[in-house]
Design a protein around this ligand. Structure first.
Ligand code: BG6
Length: 660
């Protein structure tokens, strides 16, 4: 298993010193592309800053452009499109950067045996100069259609010969369906051995994903609970706020199933659900991952619609119904009649002894109202009879939430008795926040992969059989969608929480998506923008879920209500004195914040336009939080003044209401 990159602050936890990456010449195909500048070079730079990069190391960039070594180095260093722009450290270190880039070279080459034979001579010269021991790391940062030819011609040019190891890192996507993945594996393995091939899935480079294994297997308390006897369901959310970002040509041939689920989400699924490996050796882990994916039920054609739903985003509109952002079908290089899914939700089944009967829900999409990747383990509820006759209405399940990104942490949600003479429960949280616990620099995720590959550790890379197993699960969905009539696309608006069908998928099982409100979501409200993380966490815990039927009034003009609302899913109309709609709010938006600060009559009606899932924060809970954390009260009053023009005194503001 890979040794994680050191944090910037020196670690007092362990005396263990990470060894250097192994000497090698790294040959990058497609070196003038985006991946090299944005991710590979910043990662090499991070390794160099952390003293993990071997001095016996050089980079040979190659591609069709004609570039001198100098021109290549300066484009990699550039302030706008190079390392100075894309590095992830707190401070930029000129010395390390200069020293690293001085080891960069470029040679123009076509993908043919003749040019590769010339390239081999350059690699040999660099090998000699840097004493790299004959080790060569090839990085394919090119379109997948070239992978086969690259493998063939590198082999024919004799790159396998001589001392030292030769390894190939292959970027995704690895195939576009089961058949093409099988064919690509066969083509590559005709010339190279499986142990020389390192297939990238950048999710495996994320610290929070690597931590899934550490969490499961280094904490003895969870393993006995990690099965169908104690876990009710597992939810994987990989939701993106971005749209296709100018990659319409690629995305329209792909869709979210190929782009996110079949690779990134299935990787996380296997980490969460696999059996404990015999050791942290690469193949020991990869064997368990493959076994797990092979246990996922392959759907028959008629099982697909009841277990999988899909969506495509349409435009975003303003309150007058005018388009403010275009929909997917209007994106550049996208077919105006496109049937490609930009959202999918699925219910998978793992047919093994550990997980039989535990539904595994996956949800992913683009142009959603927030970016958030998390995994929620929902435990079974205890029997409620014990609480009969007490003030406790119903119990909520314990949940373990892995926040993968952008917020990084782990929450364990449970219930505690609220102080007082009667038995009342309140949801509370044990929370671990990566940023607070480890003050390290941000990493790209690629440094750990480059480092691991140089050391011959394939744990973080996909093996051929794993990729094929993942495609086997996805293939019936692709086949079904190819011929079945698509739902009425577009079926969700931009910046919303996806199509209705995704909710129905769980509701028909009597379950709901567990919506995670993270501090960055709360900060969307002006009241909480820039607030202290402690305050934000306390507020998140005090949020109560509420469902409102279409047409129901949530806030009535003239009435005094003391709650703030947050729309998780749904749409509301805001109506003025004359009953005219003056605003429409939807997923991810807040309303009624002033009621947290001031007890006064409402100035507008707010009515649910669709079924709404809301989170509610009451003034009493808010004041309680501020009494518990008086250090934040002053700041909130300043915000009330600056953003809502409300001049309040601390005393008036903090006094609990008499009916509390
Ligand atoms: C890539 C997909 O593999 O992953 C993109 O091609 C997607 O469409 C990206 O946006 C998401 O990665 P991350 O690290 O931002 O979650």
């Amino acid at each position: 298993m890979v040794i994680p990159v050191k944090s910037e602050a020196s670690s007092s936890v362990s005396e263990f010193v990470n060894p250097l990456s192994e000497p090698c010449v790294m040959v990058i195909f497609g070196a003038s592309g985006d991946l090299t500048k944005r991710l590979l070079v910043p990662s090499l730079y991070n390794l160099a800053c952390d003293d993990l990069l071997s001095p016996n190391f050089a980079v040979l960039g190659t591609g069709r452009s004609k570039l001198s070594n100098e021109a290549f180095r300066s484009s990699m260093a550039s302030e706008t499109t190079g390392l100075r722009a894309f590095h992830t450290r707190h401070e930029f270190d000129e010395v390390v950067s200069d020293e690293l880039l001085a080891r960069f070279y470029f040679e123009s080459a076509n993908i043919d045996v003749e040019d590769f034979t010339a390239l081999k001579k350059t690699v040999q010269a660099l090998d000699k100069k840097y004493q790299a021991g004959g080790n060569i790391l090839f990085y394919f940062a090119m379109a997948p259609r070239f992978f086969g030819t690259l493998c063939e011609n590198l082999h024919k040019a004799g790159f396998q010969e001589g001392i030292g190891w030769k390894r190939i890192i292959v970027e995704k996507p690895f195939g576009t369906n089961l058949q093409s993945a099988l064919a690509l594996n066969e083509e590559i393995l005709q010339y190279w051995k499986e142990e020389q091939i390192y297939r990238v899935d950048h999710y495996l480079g994320k610290e929070t994903v690597q931590n899934l294994l550490a969490f499961r297997f280094s904490n003895g308390m969870f393993e006995p609970l990690w099965n169908k006897h104690h876990i009710d369901n597992i939810q994987f959310n990989v939701c993106e706020a971005v749209d296709v970002q100018g990659r319409g040509g690629y995305y329209d041939q792909s869709g979210v199933l190929r782009d996110m689920m079949q690779n990134h989400m299935f990787q996380m699924l296997s980490y969460i659900c696999m059996e404990p490996p015999g050791s942290f050796e690469a193949d020991s882990i990869r064997n368990e991952k493959a076994k797990l994916l092979e246990s996922v039920r392959i759907f028959a054609d008629d099982e697909v619609p009841e277990n999988v739903v899909r969506g495509q985003y349409g435009p975003a509109y303003d309150a007058h119904g005018d388009v403010v952002q275009s929909g997917y079908r209007e994106e550049a290089d996208v077919d105006p009649q496109s049937k490609t899914e930009t959202f999918a939700a699925a219910k998978l089944h793992i047919d093994n002894l550990r997980w039989q009967g535990v539904p595994i829900y996956l949800r992913s999409g683009k142009a959603l109202w927030k970016r958030s990747t998390e995994i929620v383990i929902e435990f079974k509820k205890p029997p409620e009879t014990l609480f009969k006759g007490t003030g406790v209405q119903n119990l909520t399940s314990n949940r373990l939430v892995f926040h993968i990104q952008p917020f990084q942490g782990i929450d364990l949600l449970f219930q505690a008795k609220t102080p007082g003479p009667t038995m009342q429960l309140q949801g509370v949280d044990m929370s671990f926040n990566y940023g607070e616990a480890f003050k390290s620099s941000r990493y790209t995720g690629y440094e750990v992969m480059l480092y691991a590959c140089s050391r011959g550790d394939a744990t973080l890379f996909s093996r051929g059989d794993l990729v094929e197993a993942a495609w086997r699960i996805a293939q019936p969905l692709l086949d079904h969608w190819e011929v079945a009539s698509a739902p009425e696309f577009p079926n969700y608006t931009r910046n919303s929480w996806g199509p209705k069908s995704a909710y129905e998928l769980l509701e028909k099982d009597g379950r709901r998506w567990f919506e995670v409100v993270t501090p960055d979501v709360l900060e969307e409200s002006p009241l909480f923008e820039g607030a202290d993380p402690l305050l934000l966490s306390a507020v998140i815990l005090a949020l109560r879920p509420m469902t409102v039927a279409p047409g129901e009034t949530i806030i009535r003009q003239g009435e005094v209500s003391t709650e703030m609302y947050f729309i998780c899913r749904g749409e509301v109309d805001v109506l003025d004195l004359k009953g005219e709609i003056v605003n429409q709010l939807q997923d991810g938006q807040f309303f009624g914040e002033v009621a947290l600060l001031l007890t006064t009559a409402r100035t507008a009606d707010v009515r649910a336009k669709t079924l709404c899932d809301l989170f509610v924060l009451s003034q009493n809970d808010f004041k309680r939080i501020l009494r518990d954390h008086p250090q934040f009260a002053k700041k909130i009053l300043q915000v009330a003044k600056d953003r809502y023009d409300l001049a309040l005194s601390v005393n008036e503001f903090m006094t609990p209401r008499s009916d509390a």
